[in-house]
Design a protein around this ligand. Structure first.
Ligand code: FES
Length: 153
C-alpha cells in the first residue's frame, strides 16, 4: 500500500468516525420520543361550586395527548358526582358491559345504559342489568376549589 492510499483511507475512516459521533445526538432526539409515553396531565374539570350534591353533571373535556411524535386532540365526557358527604367522584360515562354511553336519569336517581338496560347507582356501582363491574372512576384532585382529573388510569 502506498503512502498516498494509506493516507486517503485514514482520512476517510476518521471522517466516518467523526460523522458517526456527531450524528448520535440527532439519532437520540429522533428515536427517544417514539418510546416515550407522557403521563396523563391533570385536566381542569371545573370549580366545586359548579356541581351540586347528589346531582351528577356531565362535563366534556378536550385535551391533547402526545404519543411518540404524534399529538392527538381527544374529547372525553365524565360525570362529576358530589356525594352527600362532600366526597367527589369523577366517573366515566362508558358502560362497563359493552362500552355504550350512560346518562344520568334524575327521576330514577341512576345512570342508565340504553344498550341493554343497565343501571348504575350514583356512586357508579352496578344496580341492575348486565354490567359486570362499576363505572370506571378517574383519579382526581381538588386544589383551591378547582377539580382536576387524570384521564388515563
Ligand atoms: S352496554 Fe351497557 S348494559 Fe350493555
Amino acid at each position: 500500500m502506498t503512502r498516498r492510499k494509506w493516507l486517503d483511507k485514514f482520512v476517510k475512516f476518521s471522517a466516518g468516525i467523526v460523522a458517526a459521533f456527531l450524528s448520535i445526538p440527532s439519532l437520540v432526539m429522533l428515536v427517544v420520543p417514539a418510546f416515550r409515553r407522557e403521563r396523563a396531565p391533570w385536566i381542569r374539570v371545573g370549580h366545586l361550586s359548579e356541581f351540586r350534591p347528589n346531582e351528577p353533571k356531565a362535563v366534556t373535556l378536550s385535551y391533547q395527548r402526545r404519543d411518540g411524535w404524534v399529538v392527538r386532540t381527544s374529547r372525553t365526557t365524565v360525570y362529576v358526582v358530589v356525594l352527600g358527604e362532600g366526597k367527589v367522584k369523577v366517573l366515566s360515562n362508558i358502560c362497563t358491559h359493552a362500552n355504550c354511553a350512560v346518562r344520568w336519569e334524575k327521576g330514577r336517581q341512576a345512570f342508565f345504559c340504553p344498550c341493554h338496560n343497565g343501571y348504575f347507582a350514583i356512586d357508579g356501582s352496578v344496580k341492575s342489568g348486565p354490567p359486570p363491574r362499576p363505572l370506571d372512576e378517574f383519579p382526581h384532585k381538588i386544589e383551591g376549589g378547582e377539580i382536576f382529573v387524570r384521564l388515563q388510569v
